[in-house]
Unconditional design. Structure first.
Length: 311
């Protein structure tokens, strides 16, 4: 029997309601993330990987929260994420920046959220900033139009922050799981060798760098184009007349953090799952997953990501 489903029937996850659909590794639920998270057992999740509704001045279809109220709104969820995370677990939040209403300056709400989650006096909600990441969305359109394309006084906003937070200063992580292919120059260097020793920059390059370690350690700057146009998910949505989710992240994004921060069969939670790109990445990586989503249409569409799902 499906592992999560078995746990749900026999004990650990029994408080959760009837799933919306089930796959080999995961279970999707329709409902409010705050209420559903409360039903998860303590210290059962290795990674909360999510893209919550951002604070926006221009409302999106799924009702975003105003930036002035954002920290309070998110904190209620964060308390539950802290409780359900294992001690070596991580909370990864993809959080787009926002512009102040009516003027060409940036909101600070996502920095305020970061400070509030990491600098407070509550020992049950005191995350560490393990590392800040930046997603460079290569295909982002010039926006906001008024400042970028009409008045031409700002450049396009194409980088989203991703806060990697952890309960302990030493969360589970292994960068050997996410190595990039060596560049051609590096491959040549590995073949040819190079002179070890001090450089004018002050760095001392040791001969250790000549060892082929299977790939290059990735930077905290992730460049993935969000240009999916003919995926199984989009094709099936089109065929069934379902509107695809308007703010999806590419599957490669959760895939990176899932491989980096979890092992096979660990549990990954996406409480604001939208089209469930997180579930698709977890399924491929053979991690168990749970996702929550309030909008039934998004959840219905997300099912197309999986070949064999059942209700
Ligand atoms: C930015 S989208 C997530 C997109 C997703 N990462 C993807 O790639 O498709 C945020 C989602 O959170 C959902 N949402 C908003 N409030 C929620 C809540 N209280 N509980 C569960 N889902 C919620 C919205 O309906 C929306 O689909």
């Amino acid at each position: 029997m499906h592992l999560l489903l078995e746990e749900q029937l026999t004990g650990k996850f029994r408080k959760l309601p009837q799933p919306y659909y089930v796959t080999e590794y995961g279970v999707a639920y329709l409902g409010d993330a705050l209420e559903l998270s409360k039903l998860l057992p303590d210290k059962s999740v290795s990674l909360v990987m999510t893209s919550p509704p951002f604070a926006l001045n221009r409302k999106k279809a799924y009702g975003n929260v105003e930036s002035s109220k954002y920290v309070d709104w998110f904190t209620a969820f964060a308390r539950e994420f802290w409780r359900v995370l294992k001690d070596d677990g991580s909370l990864v939040i993809h959080i787009g920046g926002a512009w102040e209403k009516g003027q060409p300056t940036r909101s600070l709400y996502h920095f305020e959220l970061l400070l509030s989650l990491c600098r407070n006096n509550d020992s049950n909600l005191k995350f560490h900033l393990a590392q800040d990441f930046y997603w460079f969305n290569l295909a982002k359109l010039p926006s906001p139009a008024e400042w970028v394309t009409v008045r031409r006084i700002r450049v396009k906003d194409a980088v989203d922050p991703i806060w990697w937070l952890s309960k302990s200063p030493f969360p589970k992580a292994d960068n050997r799981q996410v190595l990039n292919q060596y560049s051609e120059a590096m491959q040549k260097l590995l073949k040819r060798g190079y002179n070890a020793g001090p450089r004018p920059s002050g760095h001392n390059i040791s001969s250790k760098f000549q060892e082929d370690l299977g790939g290059a350690i990735p930077p905290n700057f992730l460049g993935y184009a969000n240009t999916e146009s003919n995926s199984r998910y989009l094709r099936a949505c089109r065929e069934c007349g379902i509107q695809p989710h308007p703010a999806r992240y590419p599957v490669k994004l959760p895939e990176f953090f899932i491989k980096f921060l979890t092992d096979e069969s660990d549990l990954v939670l996406d409480p604001f799952s939208g089209s469930n790109a997180t579930g698709e990445a977890a399924e491929k990586a053979k991690r168990r997953w749970i996702c929550f989503e309030t909008n039934e249409n998004y959840l219905k569409g997300s099912r197309f990501r999986f070949e064999n799902s059942t209700t």
